[in-house]
Ligand binder design. Structure first.
Ligand code: FAD
Length: 458
């Protein structure tokens, strides 16, 4: 018999339950990836992610070829393309991973209906895209379908049973016939950030091994050190599923120690946001907890928004982080918190505007983590202190104490030594060291007053 394995956000061969199940029950398997036009139409086909995806598909194809198989790539509507592959090969089952977003949930429904008409089974596997499946741990109490607060979620999540991760299959037999489009190349994508990381399972596994060896032990002390850049940078691999979250948790936990524990807690944040989104798909665009905000309009705030996007707000740490995003398609978590908080609370611009910009650039950009972290910073999400405001100067002193991160990303300020780089407005107007660096868009106290008034806190 033949089975189709539909790859989605799980572009790997190790610890891949759908592939494993298909190989266990069928003689031949069609590993299929569909380039869905709807993803581009919905604005999710940003160049950085398309380029990273190209690396992932190339690597997946190479990995399958080493095992006697190959990847079949098609373009179009997913259900249509899967049905076509089923008709061409006479497959009697399609295996795939459960998705989380509203988009993924609708795709699964369409596929189930279309395959049903063809008399083909759809087998959906849980806990592939997340370590613990959404809905697997829920609070006690009638009708509760997800956790709205992180700490109790973490407690339950930590006790949940994880699959023991398994390796890649030895051999994959693909039936002759199904024609593939060429594997896309990163070089074919334009508008990619110059410093974009490399994608693919082999690269993800290399990074994970290096992280376990050299990084994780110091994670607890160093994860907020902006200049030290001492986080794992595994986020794009988690986003595309070139690494299995269950395997990461399993392996890092086995190492033990405070670094491992702090790191696993962050991976749990990822599962946390995914379970909120799975239960409330509309939070991709609607407030999880509306606060009655009347954000400044995109037209009224257009100049401020442009300055924020380009890293010209006059607040060096905000600008450094925004320029890192432009250059690498990635930003340190501390930078994300700070720049998001600045847009929403100091400039009082709708979180959706910022989230959209992040999604245009972030290589790890995904609906669950991006929209829900933005909502967290806006105070419309799951933060239990929704009105907190981060001060970019205080944050700079704390997380970039020597000013090295700012000098790395803001060349206009390179001649300013030490932490003075964080407050260029304190220098004489004609001081040559900070020439060409913009004035502040707004005084922090002014932004704070506007925000407090808007939220009815005054
Ligand atoms: P590490 O510190 O090494 O953490 C390990 C892993 O844990 C990460 O790879 C990630 O999968 C997960 N993780 C860490 N922090 C968070 C968090 N706060 N929420 C959810 N998961 C987390 N992360 C994304 O993957 N995609 C996004 O689109 C995204 N958008 C964000 C937007 C804003 C406004 C903010 C404040 C955070 C956002 N994050 C997003 C979360 C976090 O900033 C990144 O996951 C992290 O910086 C990635 O770097 P790393 O892999 O080195 O992280």
């Amino acid at each position: 018999s033949t089975a189709v394995v539909l790859f989605t956000s799980d572009l790997r061969l190790h610890d891949h339950p759908p592939l494993h199940a298909a190989l266990a029950s069928a003689d031949e398997v069609v590993p299929l990836f569909v380039r869905d036009d709807a993803v581009d139409r919905a604005g999710f086909g940003a160049p950085n992610r398309r380029a990273f995806l190209a690396d992932c598909l190339r690597d997946l194809d190479e990995g399958l070829r080493r095992r006697g198989g190959r990847l079949v790539i098609r373009s179009g509507e997913v259900a249509e393309q899967v049905c076509r592959a089923v008709a061409e090969t006479g497959a009697d089952a399609v295996h795939m991973s459960a998705g989380v977003s509203g988009f993924a949930q609708r795709r699964e429904e369409r596929l189930r209906a279309a395959l049903g008409e063809q008399g083909c089974r759809l087998v959906v596997h849980d806990a592939v895209v997340t370590a613990v499946a959404p809905g697997e741990v829920v609070p006690s109490g009638k009708g509760k379908d997800h956790f709205a607060v992180f700490t109790p979620y973490l407690r339950s999540w930590s006790r949940a049973r994880l699959r023991t991760p398994f390796g890649a299959p030895r051999a994959v037999r693909v039936p002759p016939g199904p024609v593939s489009e060429p594997v896309p190349a990163r070089s074919g994508v334009s508008g990619v950030s110059a410093g974009l990381a490399e994608g693919g399972e082999a690269e993800g596994r290399r990074r994970l091994a290096a992280w376990r060896r050299d990084g994780v032990d110091a994670y607890e002390e160093r994860h907020d050190d902006l200049a030290g850049d001492a986080t794992s940078r595994l986020s794009p691999h988690l986003h595309f599923g070139t690494l299995s979250p269950a395997e990461i948790v399993h392996r890092v936990r086995a190492a033990g120690g405070p670094g491992a524990e702090a790191f696993v807690r962050q991976v749990c944040w990822r599962d946390f946001h995914h379970q909120v989104l799975a239960a409330r798909p509309a939070v991709s665009h609607e407030d999880y907890r509306p606060r009655g905000d009347r954000w400044r309009g995109e037209v009224a705030a257009a100049d401020d928004i442009a300055a924020w996007k380009e890293g010209r707000t006059g607040y060096p740490l905000v600008d450094a982080a925004m320029r890192q995003l432009l250059h690498e398609g990635w930003m340190h978590n501390r930078g994300r918190l700070l720049t998001a908080g600045f847009l929403v609370k100091t400039l009082y611009v709708d979180w959706r505007v910022g989230a959209r910009h992040f999604l245009e650039l972030l290589v790890d950009g995904d609906v669950a983590n991006n929209q829900l972290n933005w909502q967290w910073m806006a105070g419309t999400g799951t933060d239990t202190r929704p009105n907190r405001v981060l001060n970019p100067v205080a944050q700079a002193r704390r997380y970039d104490p020597r000013g090295d991160y700012v000098r790395r990303w803001v060349p206009e300020l390179r001649a300013v030594g030490g932490p003075a780089v964080h407050e260029p407005w304190k220098r004489a107007k004609d001081a040559p060291e900070a020439a060409g660096y913009p004035d502040r868009l707004i005084e922090l106290s002014e932004g704070l007053a506007r925000f407090r008034q808007a939220r009815g806190l005054e």
